[in-house]
Design a protein around this ligand. Sequence first.
Ligand SMILES: [Zn+2]
Ligand SMILES: [Zn+2]
Ligand SMILES: [Zn+2]
Length: 89
Amino acid sequence: MNAGSCPHIDTVVEVKLPEVLECEECVKIGAGWVHLRTCQTCGVTLCCDSSPNKHATKHAHATEHPVIASAQPGECWLYCYPDDAFVQY
Ligand SMILES: [Zn+2]
Ligand SMILES: [Zn+2]
Ligand SMILES: [Zn+2]
């Protein structure tokens, strides 16, 4: 996929999407979430920045996995943290 100056989104050939629509980390602690994102490096599905625990962003910073996809049904986009790049597909 082509996102201009972002080399990370370029490497995404097939977008990873969740098998189960839930945040793994929120489920463990009994928390709730707003929207879900799927890491394109390891495939984990976590919650967005509108959610109280912001697990997707925490995961990206902790692991340096740069790219997430929206896991919301009907939303087709990728986002790269280090480049702040956004692309719809
Ligand atoms: Zn990038
Ligand atoms: Zn979460
Ligand atoms: Zn990851």
